[in-house]
Structure formats: structure tokens, C-alpha cells
Design a protein around this ligand. Sequence first.
Ligand SMILES: *Cc1c(COP(=O)(O)O)cnc(C)c1O
Length: 402
Amino acid sequence: MAKVPSDTRPQTKLVTAGRRPEWTGPVVNPPVWRASTHLYPDMAAKEDGGKHNEDGRFFYGRRGAPTQWALAEALTELEPDAAGTVLYPSGVAAIAGALLAVLQPGDVLLVTDNAYEPSRTMATGLLARMGIETRFFDPLDPDAFPSKFCDRTRAVLLESPGSLTMEVCDVPALAAMAREKGAVSLLDNTWASALGFAALSHGCDIAIMSLTKHVGGHSDLMMGSASAGKRWYARLRQTAQALGHVVSPDDAALAARGLRTMGVRLERSTASAVEIARWLSGRPEVAQVLCPMLPGAPGHDLWLRDFTGGCGLFSFVFGGSDEAGRARFIDALELFGIGYSWGGFESLVVPFDPAPIRSETPWPPAHWSGQDRLGVRLSIGLEDPADLIADLDRAFAAMEQG
Ligand SMILES: *Cc1c(COP(=O)(O)O)cnc(C)c1O
């Protein structure tokens, strides 16, 4: 496409980003370049090809081709202050790739206590085996945060809102503190994406996303990304290449397709989620709605201060701790599929009980009103919210009938 102005707004960038004419040719989207071998016209070109390691340079399939480069460039354009983006075969691979890029044996890693469970497991398993020590911290206690550092603390892994319980933390303050202490801050920004929270502009060094969620958006691919400024982008890239990380061109094309509509999908699912969360907070069966977009949720004021958008993912907790009742509720839902992942066009539900996962924050936490702790997480899709509310209403009736 013709030259694109660089000062456009995010919704416009979603449409234009990554569509370089030399990658798209005469069509709208970069074609799917399925390639392991890249052929050189002659020896001189082969010698030259080996000298440059950057997206946009043909070399070998493991360094990608225009389909992957276009997606990575689009994500970089969408992340303010990013110099580049590395793609990974899953969100977990992105977290592992980014942590391995910044850590070495003997280092200490700080991890938020409400981190995605596989991130915790990676830290206490794989990283521990490599001689990296992990300490968890309470994301809602920024005053206690500085005392968690020691002179070996090298990195901080943040997630906001946190998984399952959805607390929003003061990312700018925590990232600034990490920088002051000489540690790298990494943010798992899957919930908000760059559209909802500009991670690097708010002081983080590395912004990680599971593209499986909002970017893919159709529950048919797995991928992850990490974006960073110049210094850390170079390390991310080196590490990903050392680990042999590459994504398939077919998946990259699907992810790029998803990206084009991500803005309108997020707007719609956010509006529906707010409507449904409000409705749930008026239900007698519900003890607590954990939705950052709703007043009263932990960190809601920070969400208002720092975020430019939301998404359809939130949780709620039932009054009482009746596992059988919760199972009846979930089984009675007709429009919500029971399953992991989220951010697709279709609504999903999963049960959760964070008590066994937490180590630093007692469960239920002090800011909760009662002792209830059995909950479900909802991913609100693109259905009519009135139908979703009717479905939830039916499920509450089934739960009460026991
Ligand atoms: C799903 C998820 C991931 C992992 O992504 P995959 O693509 O499933 O590997 C990481 N972080 C968060 C917050 C997630 O919800």
C-alpha cells in the first residue's frame, strides 16, 4: 500500500500496520510464504545475507519471511516506544523466551503473586533448576515492594490485571522501582494488549502478550510476542534464535487477520463485559465481582488512571463455597463453552479457586468482604449480551434447584 502517515491513532494502525508494499505485493495482505530454504541468486548475495540479522532480510526459514515479519512489525507499530517484536509459538514460550533473555544463574526474579499459573510453575521449576531464585510479591502492596529486592534481583515479572482474580496493580510505580534497583521489568500484558495499556510508555522494559487471546481472536491459533526498546529487543531476538523459536507462516497470517479486527472486537466485548459484570453484582448468589472496569474492584482507580481500554475477561465469586452448586451452574450454561483460553469471538467459562496457587497473599485477601472463594472466570465474546445474561440467569436458577 502507498506510504502511510506515521502519526495515526491505534485503531487506524490496526488497519495499516505491517502492510509494506514489498511484503504485500499488489494484494491487501502479505501472502503466506511457506519456506525453509531461502535461495540466493549468487555467492555474493549469500555472503551478504549472512551479515545482516534483521527482519526483512531473507536468510533461512527460522528467521521468518514476509508473513512473520509483517505481523511482528505491525505489533511493534502498535506498541508505543517499541523498537521491535519477537514472535513465539505460544504465550508461554514468549514468557520463557523473555525471562531467559534477561536472567542468568544466581539471579533473583520477583514474580507477582497473581501471575498466570504456568508463569509461576516456570519460575519455580525450570528457572529454579537453572539456579535462578524466585520470590513472590503482593501486587497490591507497593509499599512492601522495595523490601523484596536484594543485590541479586535482576528482573520483575508483572501482570495487570492478574490472572483469575484480576487485581490491577500500580505498574508505573513498580516498574520505576525496578529500574531504580537495576532490575528489568517484564509485563504480561495479554489482558489489555497495547490498545488498553501502553506498557513500555508506562516504564516497563518488555511487553509480553499471548497472541492466542485477543490478537488471534478466533480460538484457532497459538502464538506469543515480546516487544521492547532497542536494547532488550536485541537480547530477545538473540535468545529466541538460540532457542530456535519460529512461528508458522500460516499461523502468522491468521494472527495478522485477527489483528485487523481486534479493536472493534475489544470494544464490543468490553461493553458487554461491563454490562454483564454490573448485572452480576446485583445478584444475590454473587459475593464479589472481580472486573477491573467496575467500581469497587481491586485496582479500579489505577485502571481508570492508566488504561485506555479493557476486554471481555473477568471473574466472579459465589457466596458460600458449594462446589456442587458451582458445577450445576456451569453445566447449565448453554452459550458459554467450558474451556481454557479466552479472547475468542465466543464466550467461555472456567471454574477457579486461587487459594492453592497463592503464596504471598493469604486467600481470601483482606480487601474481600467475606470468606467465599469459589469462583468462575468468564470470557465474554461477541454474542448479544442480553442472551448471555439470560443464559447466566438460567444457570443461577439451576444452581439454586440443587
Ligand atoms: C493464556 C495466557 C498466557 C499463555 O498463553 P498461551 O498462548 O496459551 O501459551 C500467558 N499469560 C496470560 C495472562 C494468559 O492468560
